[in-house]
Design a binder for this molecule. Sequence first.
Ligand SMILES: *[C@@H]1O[C@H](CO)[C@@H](O)[C@H](O)[C@H]1NC(C)=O
Length: 446
Amino acid sequence: MKMHQQNRLFIFFIAFSLFSLCFGSYLEDPFPVSQYHDQIYNHYPTPASLYTFRNTDFHSSKTTKKRRDRGSSFSSSTKVVNVDDFGAKGNGQDDTKAFELAWKEACSSRKATLLVPKGRTYYLKPITFSGPCRSPLTLKINGMIKASTRISDYENDRRHWLKFEGVDNFVVEGNGIINGNGRKWWQNSCKVNKELPCKRAPTAVTFYQCINLVVSNLMFKDAQQMHLTFQKCTNVKALNLRVVAPGNSPNTDGIHITETQNAIIRNCVIGTGDDCISIVSGSRNVRAMDITCGPGHGISIGSLGAENSEAEVSNIRVNRALISGTSNGVRIKTWQGGSGYAKNIMFQNVVMKNVSNPIIIDQNYCDKEDSCPEQNSAVKVSNVVYKNIRGTSASDDAIKFDCSKSFPCQEISLLGVHIVGQGNEVATASCENVRLKNRWKVYPQC
Ligand SMILES: *[C@@H]1O[C@H](CO)[C@@H](O)[C@H](O)[C@H]1NC(C)=O
């Protein structure tokens, strides 16, 4: 008898979870990015078979799913912590204190959702949201969070604005906007005003040492420097994001992945003044798919090996991207004098529109005013596959492999690559110190 009751309760819970799951996702889809992508790809048909992908080497989806199921079946007991109840006003005054208090409450509660309500703009100074929290936590941002522009507010830490540290099983979602309010920082950048000394500006949002993290549906705008960084994280999903800043804003990378394992970036529209996505040392198993990129500097692995450092990047896959009006398309960049490797990298199903360097490996990368000295050591680049990459180049050089004399690029494959000039002109390929492995239907050729 008791057993029977339990079963009924269980069935009720399942039904309720399904209902809340479906209804929840019906309500939220502020940016129908996938629709947008369908439109784009209808113009550039690609064989459907190339669109399928396997997910075996990623554990994150499994973990997340488990947590989500559990989450929704307990959704009736979710405690909503509203920043307004802790004194946030959203009236142009500083709301940092209220966010600190609300975080403390949410993080120490069982099953909480920290809510930033819609319709208002909350101004924040630099703030660190620290874990570990008592149980899985959701941060729901429906309003706008905007950065203080007083540079003195950043005295203690010029490198971060919003920092989430050591928060595991964490979901950040909503249809709100995170606005770095970066104009003042850009004006004070040495890249814009050559008279000024080069100083760092804050990354708008940093996730540091987080495990099982989902960031979805948000918009990031006008960061002081980089928009969204994942550092030393494991199992990350960045889904349905929009990242927007002017094409001439300095160093405003969209999504930056560093020392992070098992990351999926999916359905994101990114247009900024620097790399749409940059993946740097200590990162492996990173997958970016359904990416719209431009303006900006394209999708980059690197830079790696600066100041004779050791770099290790492996198992990176970019699948399905539209890159337009950028200075680079898919790029690997390393400094001379570094060591380590960038290996097992695949770029596939990419459409380029008027991209200055559509395919580029640059092992002589130098981002300094004066030229960099020639050095013998290098970050080794190997096993890079370019598959089904087509479109137009804004420069003559559609393919540029500028590899190290001492450590040539190894096992480079080009499969179904067709890039022409903007007006269908001929394009060229320049290939220095590169060992090609497979080549099939490639234009232009080395
Ligand atoms: C192509 O890119 C070049 C250089 O970035 C730019 O000057 C030009 O206006 C672009 N053309 C089109 C049609 O967008």
